[in-house]
Design a protein around this ligand. Structure first.
Ligand code: 3PG
Ligand code: MG
Length: 407
């Protein structure tokens, strides 16, 4: 899907208008503290632009998974405060997202004001995409702006239903995400490659299947690589792997060959008998993994191989760490490859696009976050997009566009 098929804020005449802005304020929180404010920060340009144009900005979002009833700990109140701090201006919080309270708050807004409404998932109709709830959202505003790419894989009342009822636009973050994804896989500079890591093939089958069609090179790491190696008869000892996926792994290898997609697998491994910080490790060729050991990271030969391969690419999409990066020293390969990706990106030789929860933490851990061309704000939505799935939140924006086109 090309980003150009959506209306953006460029064509929204927002002055004096009520704009319902679907944000993703589902930020990670621990002990009542926001541990990563990225999603709040990335939302600011859209809010600032709308407010500056004189719109009344009505922000709606889900937060966590309250399952259709009010859960006080999942109130958006504290997040609204954090948003106000980030904006450097007061933001009014309303403890309902529809009905008289929300309507009164909206009626009291001045042009340029920002309100945040309570968690949309406090209503069961949100996740059921209930048309009545969508209508209640639509009744609050003149226009709908969706800036929640990271929730676009959900067909919910505030992400999908309401987009069918109001003239709808992509916000700046949504626009940026769609442009980046377009550069990554739809119209990439070639050769284009992907690094796919993580634990299980079974959860990433669709993703690999779609990538084979689109990329010239697939670099496989993480525990998933063990399954591919084992499927080729390599003895991987006690490494995490999926014995029932060997046929699938072999089919993927054959299909890749047919498509002219090169598959890069680890050639050496950092192994240990326990998955613990700073345990004794042995680095061995993959053909010599001890029977009582597990492969917890790819080894230095593999790092060299991957870095050589990456140097031949113009575009790289990255999802999933190469090793068990949360525990030292099994972060070594992910760090080393991340640094090489950062170096090539800074040198202008590579466009690098990364996404998915673990991947972003891994790149942050490697200290290269600011040296990647684009890091998606999305987890599940990024994966579904890589799987080639249609994201309902985006489809709904597109269909409004088509209906709005002159016949
Ligand atoms: C996310 O964090 O991935 C999005 O906000 C969607 O949240 P969900 O997985 O609870 O639907
Ligand atoms: Mg999620």
């Amino acid at each position: 899907m090309a980003a150009t098929s959506f209306k953006t804020l460029d064509s929204l005449d927002a002055a004096g208008k009520k704009v319902l802005l679907r944000a993703d304020l589902n930020v990670p929180v621990r002990n009542r503290q926001i541990t990563d404010a990225t999603r709040i920060m990335r939302l600011l340009p859209t809010i600032q632009e709308l407010a500056q144009k004189g719109a009344k900005v009505i922000v709606v979002s889900h937060f966590d998974r309250p399952k259709g009833r009010p859960v006080p700990e999942m109130s958006l109140g504290p997040i609204a405060d954090a948003l106000g701090d980030a904006l450097g201006r007061p933001v009014t919080f309303v403890d309902d997202c529809i009905g008289p309270k929300a309507q009164q708050a909206v009626a009291a807004m001045q042009d340029g004001d920002v309100v945040v409404l309570e968690n949309t998932r406090f209503y069961p109709g949100e996740e059921q995409n209930d048309p009545e709830l969508a209508k209640a959202f639509a009744a609050l505003a003149d226009y709908y702006v969706n800036d929640a790419f990271s929730a676009a894989h959900r067909a919910h009342a505030s992400t999908e239903g309401v987009a069918r009822l109001l003239p709808s636009f992509a916000g700046r973050l949504m626009e940026t995400e769609l442009n980046a994804l377009n550069i990554a896989l739809e119209n990439p500079a070639r050769p284009v490659g992907a690094i796919v890591g993580g634990a299980k093939i079974s959860t990433k089958l669709d993703l690999i299947g779609n990538l084979l069609e689109k990329v010239d090179m697939l670099i496989i790491g993480g525990a998933m690589a063990n399954t591919f190696l084992a499927a080729q008869g390599v003895n991987v000892g006690r490494s995490l792997q999926e014995a029932d996926m060997h046929d699938t792994a072999r089919t993927i290898m054959t299909k890749a060959k047919d498509k002219g997609c090169e598959i890069v697998l680890p050639v050496d491994a950092v192994t240990a008998t326990d998955f613990q910080a700073n345990v004794p490790t042995r680095t061995v060729p993959v053909s010599a993994i001890p029977a009582d050991a597990m492969m917890l990271d790819v080894g230095p030969e593999t790092i060299m191989l991957i870095n050589q391969k990456i140097a031949t690419l113009k575009t790289l999409v990255w999802n999933g760490p190469l090793g068990a990066f949360e525990i030292t020293p099994f972060d070594a390969a992910t760090n080393a490859v991340a640094q090489e990706v950062a170096r090539l990106t800074d040198a202008g030789a590579l466009k690098s696009i990364a996404g998915g929860g673990d991947t972003v933490s891994a790149l942050r851990h490697a200290g290269v976050e600011k040296h990647i061309s684009y890091i998606s704000s999305a987890g599940g939505a990024f994966l579904e997009w890589m799987e080639g799935k249609t994201l309902p939140g985006i489809m709904a924006l597109e269909s409004i566009f088509e209906r709005a086109m002159p016949i």
